[in-house]
Design a protein around this ligand. Structure first.
Ligand code: ATP
Ligand code: MG
Length: 250
């Protein structure tokens, strides 16, 4: 069965988009069929692959103008782009009946073509994120190893709990992973331990280290494996992908 995973954390800049890009690219390298969906009006995921001003984007699909139209990023690797117009969608769709289910309905006819659908969420818990969490079978939470990163977690856990109760009973937080990790910093090590106490075996062993190549790759319009497959960033994301595959068969 297709694993549909929303990468969500309402805290900004924790590595959601970087992780969707590179987990997606890593899984495709490991021969899985992968679809990425950009649900963020900032369109950072789309821009990370060098796509600017996509004419056909998730926005038109959410408004009911057309079906999802993925573009190819390579072998086994597709993307549904976002566009800046998407920032209007929350308001425009706010009075529509069944507004939480729009992405789920759009995905239904195409999801079986893929092993993994990875959804990049915006740094908020509004209607776009709720659509992602309704369509998803799982949630991954990327976390930075800062004290404040843990403080905000109660809110997202509450929202996921409500969606599970009212809309999507099978939804689970199935993975938590640490990004921008610097093992030389005592604080990072301490927070990493606290995260383990909080989430137990949901925390992936792979930690994504702070690695400048991960910040540079998007300016070349590509993922870390095509940018520099020998850097820490590529090593860490590949290790994460292997754990993700081991978690559950697809
Ligand atoms: N492991 C890393 N090492 C170095 N830089 C990183 C790493 N992960 C992410 N970055 C950089 O940190 C910044 C924030 O990352 P990213 O855009 O992935 O976060 P985000 O959670 O998607 O942000 P937003 O909430 O705005 O959508 C970006 O400039 C990115 O290139
Ligand atoms: Mg982002």
């Amino acid at each position: 069965m297709t694993r549909i995973i929303a990468f969500s954390n309402h805290k900004g800049g924790v590595g959601k988009t970087t992780s969707v890009v590179n987990v997606g690219a890593g899984l495709a390298r490991l021969k899985k069929k992968v679809l990425l969906i950009d649900m963020d009006p900032q369109a950072n995921l789309t821009q990370s692959f060098g796509i600017k001003d996509a004419e056909i984007s998730i926005y038109g699909s959410l408004k009911g103008e057309h079906e999802l139209q993925p573009v190819s990023l390579g072998k086994n690797f597709d993307l549904v782009p976002s566009s800046l117009d998407l920032s209007g969608a929350e308001l425009e769709l706010s009075s529509e009946a069944g507004r939480e289910y729009i992405l789920q309905e759009l995905l239904n006819p195409i999801k079986d073509k893929y092993d993994f659908v990875l959804i990049d969420c915006p740094p908020s818990l509004g209607l776009l994120t709720i659509n992602a969490l309704t369509a998803a079978t799982e949630v991954f939470i990327p976390l930075q190893s800062h004290y404040l990163a843990i403080k905000g977690l109660a809110k997202i856990i509450e929202v996921i709990g409500k969606i599970k109760k009212r809309i999507n009973k099978d939804l689970e937080i199935s993975g938590v992973f640490i990004t921008l990790f610097d093992k030389r910093k005592v604080l990072h090590r301490d927070v990493a331990e606290t995260i383990h106490t909080y989430f137990g075996d949901k925390v992936f062993k792979a930690r994504i280290r702070d690695n400048i190549a991960l910040a540079e790759a998007p300016s070349s319009g590509t993922d870390i494996f095509r940018y520099n497959e020998n850097c820490y960033g590529a090593e860490d994301y590949l290790a994460l992908c292997k754990e993700i595959i081991k978690q559950k068969p697809v």
